[in-house]
Design a protein around this ligand. Structure first.
Ligand code: SF4
Ligand code: FES
Length: 247
């Protein structure tokens, strides 16, 4: 395949960026999107040019670092992470636009790399259990209802990629925050801090400059882990309960 990349280039956080057109010949349809970028970067380096900055780590859909906008869709045309997207999802001769996440709370560091440390601060505000739990207990010693266990597990699959924020017209991180609140709040160990957790995490979410949720649903449509929209309902129930209890 021969493709044309139109990729966002921005030398640093405080300089203006622009789209740069790069012709990419001889692309194998079996390459992942990141492998295609690797080949482009090898060529740019050999030509003495600056390679495209893009984050990646696990390259198997776990770490959540590789997210970019591809043709104005978070993570591109397949509901998976960019490292799991293959070039067979595109056609010979196609022009592909690649841009960083666009959100006030995710400032661009360089090219396609954004600073997602706002997520870390939301987690630090309450996304943990501080009860002394000792060594690993026997698996069946703390009964958890099957429905709660399944729901908590589904929520725990969030990889903090940020696609939900990038896709949301409000730049809201409510699906991410709700996934963490739901994951911990449905398990017995998460009960003592359930109220303070949700309030602190939402306060931090707002302080970071993420927008509010207005039930648009773009977040869940692009989420590579399929975090369901009803986790936001769970967050709202937990928040209301904490406020009514005067926490
Ligand atoms: S909720 Fe989904 S889209 Fe949002 S950060 Fe988690 S995995 Fe990514
Ligand atoms: S590189 Fe880890 S999820 Fe893509």
């Amino acid at each position: 395949m021969n493709i044309t990349l139109r990729v966002w280039r921005q030398a640093g956080p405080d300089v203006e960026g622009h789209m740069e057109t790069i012709e990419v010949p001889d692309v194998s349809e079996h390459m992942s999107f990141l492998e295609m970028i690797d080949v482009v970067n090898d060529r740019l380096t050999l030509e003495g040019k600056e390679p495209i900055a893009i984050d990646s780590d696990c390259r198997e859909g776990i770490c959540g670092t590789c997210g970019v906008m591809i043709n104005r869709q978070a993570h591109g045309p397949v509901r998976a992470t960019v490292c799991q997207l293959h070039m067979r999802s595109f056609t010979d001769g196609e022009t592909i636009d690649v841009e960083p996440w666009r959100a006030d709370a995710f400032p661009v560091v360089k090219d396609l790399v954004v600073d997602r440390s706002a997520f870390d601060r939301i987690i630090a505000a309450g996304g943990y259990i501080s009860a002394p739990t000792g060594s690993a207990p026997e698996a069946h010693s703390t009964p958890v209802k099957k429905a709660d266990a399944d729901h908590a597990f589904d929520a725990a699959t969030c990889i903090a990629c940020g696609a939900c924020v990038a896709a949301c017209p409000n730049g809201s991180a409510m699906l991410f925050t709700a996934a963490k609140v739901t994951h911990l709040g449905l398990l017995p160990q998460g009960q003592p801090e359930r109220g303070s957790r949700v309030l602190n995490m939402i306060n931090q979410h707002d302080e970071e400059g993420f927008g509010g949720c207005t039930n648009i649903g773009e977040c869940t449509a692009v989420c590579p882990k399929g975090i369901p929209f009803d986790t936001i309902s769970q967050l709202n129930r937990d928040m209301l309960g904490a406020l009514l209890r005067g926490e």
